[in-house]
Design a protein around this ligand. Structure first.
Ligand code: PEP
Length: 262
């Protein structure tokens, strides 16, 4: 018998959010979070780099967490425009998304690069939220399980554990489209990821969180978050407004034997 992991709901703001509107949203979310009481669910906001420091400082007295959307695999030096994991930690981040399909698509990021980024996050004591997921063509070609297996194997860093890695299954065709897989389809992929994590990490593989991402809304969150082996959600569009993000947070079912992550 193993303890089920605490749910994680992460908001990926992508390239959205100027200062004033973003701080108003953060203020609203902080108030809602205080009203949540002791409900054990981890909530992470992933704003653009420009707002990380201010939001992390603002939320430092709360239990809301702040994460980045990407990080460099390199420690420091002559890499114009890049932001290192050490810098993220220095701003007060707890984690960073890596390998989002938009970065794999727009910047040609390979599994190897995603792994190097995750390695740098772990070395700097940050949690890596590693995104994997198939394209529509791959799903139609019956390749979904092979694709996520290959991406997982290629992206997981050495030293990965349930305390420092979250896997985000995000079918590329579901991101920002309003289309989602069926509950059975989500269960199939999360089940395979769980098997692979168990093979690699033994019982710690049961504690590692696997979150679903792709057109999660207040309307479908309750059903998706109850699918077996779904331990939370990575939310894009719906995370930009409190009235659509917060119902997703409160929809997360809390496992009876939930364990907190450090
Ligand atoms: C995402 O970008 O990670 C995402 C899941 O986006 P959306 O919720 O808008 O589909």
């Amino acid at each position: 018998m193993t303890n089920a992991p605490l749910p994680l709901i992460a908001g990926n703001w992508k390239m959205n959010g100027l200062h004033n509107e973003s701080m108003a949203l953060v203020h609203e979310l902080a108030e809602l979070h205080m009203g949540l009481g002791p409900k054990p669910v981890d909530v992470v906001l992933c704003p653009p780099f420009t707002l990380l420091g201010e939001i992390a400082a603002y939320l430092s007295a709360t239990k809301l967490l702040v994460g980045a959307q990407d990080c460099s695999p390199l420690e420091n030096g002559a890499h114009t425009g890049d932001i290192s994991a050490a810098m993220l930690r220095n701003t007060g981040c707890a984690c960073s998304i890596v390998g989002h399909s938009e970065r794999r698509r727009d910047h040609g990021e390979s599994n190897g690069l995603v792994k190097a980024k995750a390695t740098s996050l772990l070395a700097n004591k940050l949690t890596a939220i590693i995104c994997i997921g198939e394209t529509e063509e791959e799903r139609d070609g019956g390749k979904t399980l092979d694709v996520v297996t290959e991406q997982l194997a290629g992206s997981l860093p050495a030293g990965a554990a349930s305390s420092n890695v979250v896997i985000a299954y995000e079918p590329v065709w579901a991101i920002g489209t309003g289309r989602t897989p069926t509950s059975d389809e989500i269960a199939e992929v999360h089940g395979r990821i769980r098997e692979l994590l168990y093979e690699q990490f033994d019982y710690d593989g049961y504690a590692m969180r696997i979150v679903y991402g792709g057109s999660v809304t207040p309307e479908n969150a309750g059903e998706i978050l109850r699918v077996k082996n779904v331990n939370g959600a990575l939310v894009g569009g719906a995370s930009l407004k409190a009235e659509t993000f917060w119902p997703i947070v409160t929809a997360a079912p809390i496992p009876a034997s939930a364990v907190a992550h450090p």
